[in-house]
Design a protein around this ligand. Structure first.
Ligand code: HOZ
Length: 426
């Protein structure tokens, strides 16, 4: 059933490292041949062999309303006819910035970039430039893109491939990256005291999507906010996955925590290559050309990417019921899967927040990278292939969150639940 994908993978490996342009796609952890996607519509992906899949990755977040969403497609087509890039300012960029400010809290100024990696890299540089400090704290298993400073104890592809240290990242760069376990407030307090006056930023995925889905424990983010206030540290929310997905105002609004800087990614481009970072004027005014913290890009604010994101965000803003519907569907899926696990007497942990969810074959709670690593990943990998063979596309790694889209029907969710039942009955 994967004949064409197999041939394409063979061919891809002749010209592309590992046959893919982003490592997790290579199926290295789950094994087998990656399926090559030809098209997608609504909740479904279609591969090169004509197989249909219920999609639970939604391009890792952005396809909140499903694939090839008509208003987005139309807007892109109309805009493309007016040229695909200018490298000069447009009114649409202002409209996009204004729209983001009406949806997300604590954004006075926002700078568009071309990816989440760029957004996080630039936000960190800005925090360093603003505070005059070099070190920063990140959390083990969180992933903030592939800029050198973040490739320390990173989740996502690094966790999937068990890469501990990255050749090419100098010790000088890594020395300024301090790490703590997610949800361990005490460890952060200790680091903040040990490195008093040296820490520029704490960066965090407020709800983690890169070691499976992991939820902040009550008081954790509040505690980090307090430490940042006391120590003059810039608190950065990496909302590349959560922004405009958990709520119109992202994790900041959903969790009622204010960040100093926020980074966005794929969602604000409706799947096109976009990122952004924004925050309070006091900090953002240090970015060039207002200040000397340099950051630039020819494709920043690209008209096609802007119109795609602008159209999606406007739909989300105009129809808050979307978030309720998405959350109801995700809860339905979580409840259904849970019943199956209980019926089969299998140890499990389901983490769900908003429309993000992941399941772990585990007899303990999954609250950080260490506990995620102790789950039965081999069994997840078997489940992945069982689902794939039966028309359900899960993330090809236990270290990734699933993302629901609102085109999913309850019949799709029932099919997924039933497949878990069949898998556990084998
Ligand atoms: N590492 C990305 C998700 N956390 C996956 C990127 C991709 O393969 O598209």
């Amino acid at each position: 059933m994967y004949q064409n994908s197999k041939q394409l993978f063979e061919r891809a490996q002749q010209s592309i490292p590992g046959g893919v342009n982003s490592p997790v796609r290579a199926f290295k952890s789950v094994g087998g041949t990656p399926v090559f996607i030809k098209s997608a519509k609504g909740a479904y992906l279609y591969d090169a062999d004509g197989n249909q899949y219920i999609d639970y990755i939604a391009s890792w977040g952005p396809m909140i309303l499903g694939h090839a969403y008509e208003p987005v497609v139309r807007a892109i087509q109309e805009k493309a006819a007016l040229s695909t890039s200018f490298g000069a300012p447009t009114e649409l960029e202002i409209e996009m910035a204004e729209l983001i400010k009406t949806m997300a809290p604590n954004i006075d100024l926002v700078r568009m970039v071309s990816s989440g990696t760029e957004a996080c890299m630039s936000a960190l540089r800005l925090a360093r430039g603003f505070t005059g400090r070099n070190k920063f704290i990140k959390f083990e298993g969180c992933y903030h893109g592939h800029a050198d400073a973040f490739l320390v104890k990173a989740g996502s592809g690094m966790a999937t491939l068990s890469i501990q240290t990255v050749p090419g990242v100098t010790a000088g760069v890594s020395n300024d990256t301090l790490t703590c376990a997610y949800n361990d407030l005490q460890a952060v307090q200790q680091l903040a005291q040990q490195h008093k006056g040296e820490i520029a930023a704490i960066i965090i995925e407020p709800v983690v999507g890169n070691m499976g889905c992991i939820i902040p424990e009550p008081g954790f983010l509040e505690g980090l906010r307090k430490i940042c206030d006391e120590e003059g540290i810039v608190f950065i929310f990496d909302e590349v996955m959560t922004g405009f997905r958990l709520a119109a105002g992202g994790a900041q609004a959903k969790l009622q925590i204010n960040a100093d800087l926020v980074t966005y990614g794929k969602v604000i481009g409706a799947g096109l290559p976009v990122g952004a970072f924004g925050g309070k004027r006091e900090i953002m005014q240090h970015i060039a050309p207002l200040g000397n913290v340099y950051q630039a890009g020819t494709l920043s604010g690209n008209p096609i990417a802007m119109i795609a994101g602008y159209t999606l965000l406007n739909e989300l803003k105009a129809n808050p019921a979307i978030y309720e519907e998405l959350e109801a569907k995700t809860t339905y899926l979580a409840d259904g899967l849970e019943k199956v696990f209980i019926q089969h007497n299998i140890a499990y942990c389901i983490n769900r927040f908003g429309s993000m969810i992941s399941i772990h074959f585990s007899d303990h709670h999954i609250t950080d990278f260490e506990s995620a690593s102790r789950a039965d990943i081999g069994r997840f990998n078997k489940l992945f292939h069982f689902m794939l063979d039966n028309g359900v596309y899960l993330p090809p790694s236990a270290y990734e969150s699933w993302f629901l889209n609102n085109a999913l029907t309850y019949a799709d969710l029932d099919k997924t639940i039933d497949l878990l039942h069949q898998f556990l009955s084998q």
